[in-house]
Design a protein around this ligand. Structure first.
Ligand code: 5GP
Length: 196
């Protein structure tokens, strides 16, 4: 395998993209999650180096200055997230495909960088459902939930820039749909049979 393929799962915070990503990773697709850097605080259930590389603002800005990011963003005020170039090469060197669980702007940027060997899927949920999920997740206070809901409204307007939009009403069904899409995408060959 030369460079592997790229799977981009985007959507507002709380849309279910991380749950779907984890499900995909549990399938035998030879894919690995691109672990991002972030300056936000680690949550109780997270592990450094597994969910994110949790780094200081100083480290983050140094990485920006030294061009170590493929893309980066201030996703929320004073909270920075970025994809390391080294992460991509590391995954491809290990002959695996890359899975991005990334916000909407980041997803659009990655698609622009790798238009041909990527599939981008926008995970969509209604605002009412989103609010319910963010409250149930208990990782943000109400003020932060409001910020995330407002961001989601804006992000939904960019869904048409993705290859697919998935209306995530039923998680079990969504997992199945994404699995089928990814299976087809991974196994699709770009080679031409010259004997035909
Ligand atoms: P959370 O704080 O809930 O883990 O993530 C907040 C948002 O940042 C999510 O939508 C997540 O997908 C996004 N995100 C995570 N890593 C990156 C990254 O490397 N780049 C960008 N642009 N967004 C990211």
């Amino acid at each position: 395998m030369k460079n592997g393929k790229i799977i981009i799962l985007s959507g507002p915070s709380g849309s279910g993209k991380t749950t779907i990503s984890k499900y995909l990773l549990s399938k035998n697709f030879n894919i690995r999650l691109s672990i991002s850097c972030t300056t936000r605080k680690i949550r109780k259930y997270e592990k450094n180096g597994k969910d994110y590389y949790f780094i200081s603002n100083k480290d983050f800005f140094y990485k920006i200055k030294t061009y170590q990011f493929l893309e980066w963003e201030e996703v929320y005020k004073n909270l920075y997230y970025g994809t390391l170039k080294s992460e991509i090469s590391k995954i491809w060197q290990s002959k695996k495909h890359i899975l991005f669980d990334i916000d909407v702007k980041g997803g659009i940027n990655i698609k622009k960088i790798y238009p041909n060997n990527s599939i981008s899927i926008f995970i969509f949920v209604s605002n009412k459902e989103l609010k319910k999920r963010l409250i149930n997740r208990k990782s943000e206070n109400l003020n932060k939930i409001d910020i995330r809901l407002n961001k989601a409204k804006k992000e939904n307007k960019f869904s048409h820039l993705f290859d697919y939009i998935l209306f995530n009403k039923n998680l079990k069904k969504s997992k199945k749909i994404v699995t089928n899409l990814i299976s087809k995408f991974i196994h699709k060959s770009r080679s031409i049979d010259l004997n035909q």
